[in-house]
Design a protein around this ligand. Structure first.
Ligand SMILES: [Zn+2]
Length: 414
């Protein structure tokens, strides 16, 4: 338990650090990201609270220029908790004409408030009130995830200053999470030697990244472990390559599914059930519309829409069709389309080659640029063994976090 004095000093630190970290721009893939690691290590060395901590950097690869930053704050005993997160951020261009303020949280918060001065939409009014309240700060990378790193540093400082702290805290900040997670990979490889050389018994690692929080913020960093977070729709589009006045034959949507304990097949089973519910609701509404517009006049409307797994489409393909699909996959993988778009095109081709009739839904795991994880020596990962097959056409590493659904619906039928 912490007393209120400790709490307020934690809050003070947790405000100072995210601003300082955000003001040091570190967009993934830029010089700012490369220089951030040494800068952060130096900044930590100048913190009074960390004068006894061991602080060092680990280059991602020799000559790469990007560094993980590690800090060990020792207490008593070998027991160690790792606090970790990334400092690379996405780009600042979304801020438009406010872009030059994107990494200056106080100025940006004020400027954004002004842009909402005459807004009337409820959400905009809410945002304006929030920004004026002093309770919110904006900035590129502030939420994702310099504020998380700052929370970790504040805890490290409180831990370093406490008198009889048990165990150790190992803080590790990494680059490149927004791209290929090169920093997290390096840190994972380095961790056994770090622990061995320093006599650390690593009991747990806490990812400081905030995922979602519908409350007051106090639970923001553990929400990822709470079951029941709904899938997030990332994008939805039709299958047409340009504008014309016809109804699209296909539509494609990709979702992020956050899971903690579920195996990939459980995730996909649940996702399929959501799709089946959505189809039932859609057909019921279409029937209702048909009735209100046409009365009892007969209009052809399907009774059900079947759902196929992507792998079931593959099972239907003969050798020639598989070869054709492999060629399409290889050509897409050699290009520079985003991975969800590659998955859409591969799925389109597999659907076409399957010669199945529509309308139908095809579901499967898409490929994403997240850290490939090999858990095959753990019993809980048994279901992962099936993953490479479902992602194979796009020839990309797979991890079971994004599901994709394709809906094909010939306009003449519904
Ligand atoms: Zn993040």
């Amino acid at each position: 338990m912490m007393n209120s004095g400790a709490k307020s000093s934690l809050a003070g630190r947790t405000r100072r650090w995210p601003i300082a970290l955000t003001e040091r721009k570190s967009v993934t893939g830029t010089d700012g990201e490369a220089s951030f690691g040494p800068w952060l290590a130096d900044a930590l060395r100048h913190e009074t609270a960390f004068h006894r901590a061991e602080i060092w950097t680990i280059e991602v690869e020799p000559g790469d220029g990007r560094h993980c930053v590690a800090m060990l704050v020792r207490g008593a005993s070998h027991a160690t908790v790792v606090l970790t997160g990334h400092y690379g951020t996405v780009t600042t261009s979304d801020y438009g004409e406010l872009e030059d303020m994107a990494t200056r949280p106080q100025q940006l918060t004020q400027a954004l408030g002004k842009t909402l001065a005459v807004a009337e939409a409820p959400a905009a009014r809410q945002a304006r009130d929030d920004l004026a309240s002093g309770e919110f700060l904006t900035g590129r990378g502030l939420l994702d995830m310099k504020a998380g790193l700052a929370a970790g540093l504040a805890v490290c400082a409180a831990f370093a200053e406490s008198t009889n702290a048990a165990g150790n805290l190992l803080f590790i900040a990494v680059p490149d999470e927004e791209n290929n997670s090169a920093g997290a990979r390096k840190a994972t490889q380095a961790l056994p030697a770090i622990a061995g050389e320093r006599g650390l018994d690593i009991l747990a690692a806490i990812n400081l990244d905030a995922i979602a929080d519908d409350g007051d913020g106090s639970k923001g960093r553990v929400i990822a472990l709470v079951p029941g977070t709904p899938p997030s729709l990332l994008n939805i589009r039709d299958g047409k390559s340009g504008y014309d006045a016809t109804t699209p034959a296909t539509a494609f949507a990709s979702f992020n599914v956050l899971s903690y304990r579920r195996r990939p097949d459980e995730v996909l089973d649940r996702f399929d059930r959501l799709c089946a519910d959505a189809v039932s609701a859609c057909l019921a509404e279409l029937k209702q519309r048909r009735h209100s517009q046409h009365g009892s006049a007969a209009i052809d409307l399907v009774e059900t829409i079947p759902l196929h797994r992507y792998e079931a489409l593959l099972d239907r393909l003969d050798a020639e069709a598989r070869s054709r699909l492999g060629t399409v996959g290889a050509s897409l993988a050699a290009g520079d389309l985003p991975l969800p778009e590659q998955c859409r095109l591969v799925t389109e081709e597999a659907w076409r080659l399957s010669r199945l009739p529509g309308p139908a839904i095809v579901t499967g795991f898409g490929s994403i640029p997240y850290l490939p994880t090999n858990l095959l020596d753990r019993p809980a990962a048994a279901g992962c063994a099936r993953l490479p097959r479902t992602s194979q056409p796009a020839q990309t590493p797979a991890i079971a976090r994004r599901s994709a659904v394709r809906i094909t619906s010939p306009a003449s039928r519904i």
